[in-house]
Design a binder for this molecule. Structure first.
Ligand code: TYM
Length: 325
């Protein structure tokens, strides 16, 4: 199977990104052809600083490595280094219904959040994402829940294109994790964890032990004191249980049993310990990689060289089918 996914280099990666996406990519490398992208062209649709972007691209490459992506087993690269992504975006634009784009949840949210900067790129964002996916003839797209709608749009565009110009693209399928597809904010468990929307409710992958302690102790809980998974009545505790379960590999049922009659404080203290221990290796490996810029750039260039071959082959077919000589 060909797998494709990506993350925007917009700053620190949080445990939502890790549990909803990256963690699930690692085992896929073993038996599939995996391509993971640093989607810098998506990152520039919201306000940003060019200097920071450059740093964030390198930071995200380090995240990919410390989380366990192996450049020998998968391809990873920077989106803007392969011009075919933007070329295919333009071509797909000519078949993308504007009505559908304006109905995308992320577009609606972002255009509310950045009222003074509702640029065309924000609206076109899912078409670029469709180009990312379709150009590699992707079978499976492992993402968190918030990106499901965009993957569905990629399918719609692939279908339209294939009907109009003849079979060209594979139909990609979304892969959501059974648990952790939507990690919620620690401050508002009805909203997804997001660094830009709510930094206090978010734990970064490289968070220091003191930050982890502070944020978990301050995490919003629910009335009562029972450790019980119930998304309607106990969204705060259910979110913490999900995080606990994914880092400890213990089932929710097991955890409910372990923490029966223990109360919120003991549960939170145990979660703090677990998170500090689980995130420590990431912080340690990052330290080792911070001084290895040349090595990381080489991995990205090598990745781009391999990805470009696939992208160019698809584009050749697309151009021919569309009558572009
Ligand atoms: P981005 O950068 O916002 O998020 C990266 C990945 O993290 C997942 N995620 C979460 N999962 C669980 N809980 C959360 N709170 C949470 N927050 C984020 C996202 O679902 C995503 O999988 N448009 C995409 C990037 C992209 C892409 C692609 C993905 C561009 N082209 C092609 C797949 C295929 C995005 O902005 O993700």
């Amino acid at each position: 199977m060909r797998i494709f996914s990506g993350i925007r280099p917009t700053g620190e990666i949080h445990i939502g990104n890790y549990l909803g996406a990256i963690k699930n990519w690692i085992p896929l490398q073993e038996n599939n052809e995996c391509i993971f992208c640093i989607v810098d062209l998506h990152a520039i649709t919201t306000p940003y600083s060019p200097k920071e972007l450059e740093k964030n691209i390198m930071k995200l490459a380090i995240v990919y490595l410390v989380a366990g992506l192996d450049p020998e087993k998968c391809i990873f690269f920077v989106q803007s280094q392969i011009k075919e992504h933007t070329e295919l975006t333009w071509l797909l634009n000519t078949i993308a219904p504007v009505g559908e784009l304006t109905r995308m949840t992320q577009y609606k949210e972002k255009s509310k959040q950045f009222k003074k900067n509702i640029n065309a790129g924000l609206l076109d964002y899912p078409v670029l994402m469709a180009a990312d996916i379709l150009i590699y003839q992707t079978d499976i797209v492992p993402v968190g829940k918030d990106q499901q709608q965009h993957v569905e749009l990629s399918r719609t565009l692939a279908r339209h294109f294939n009907q109009r110009f003849g079979k060209t693209f594979k139909m990609p399928r979304v892969l959501l994790p059974k648990m952790g597809a939507k990690i919620m904010s620690l401050q508002n468990p009805r909203k997804k964890m997001s660094k830009t929307d709510d930094p206090k409710g978010c734990i970064e992958l490289f968070a220091k032990p003191t930050e982890i302690r502070k944020k978990i102790m301050a995490a919003v809980t629910d009335p009562g004191r029972k450790i019980k998974y119930n998304l309607i009545k106990k969204p705060g505790i259910s979110n913490l249980l999900t995080i606990y379960s994914l880092f400890s590999e213990k089932s929710i049922k097991e955890l409910e049993r372990d923490f029966k009659d223990q109360g919120y404080e003991k549960f939170k203290k145990s979660l703090i310990k677990l998170l500090i221990n689980s995130l420590e290796p990431f912080r340690r490996k990052r330290k080792e990689l911070l001084s290895r810029e040349v090595y990381i750039k080489e991995i990205l260039h090598k990745g781009a060289r391999k990805a470009r071959i696939i992208a160019q082959s698809t584009m050749q077919d697309v151009r021919k089918k569309m009558g572009l000589i």
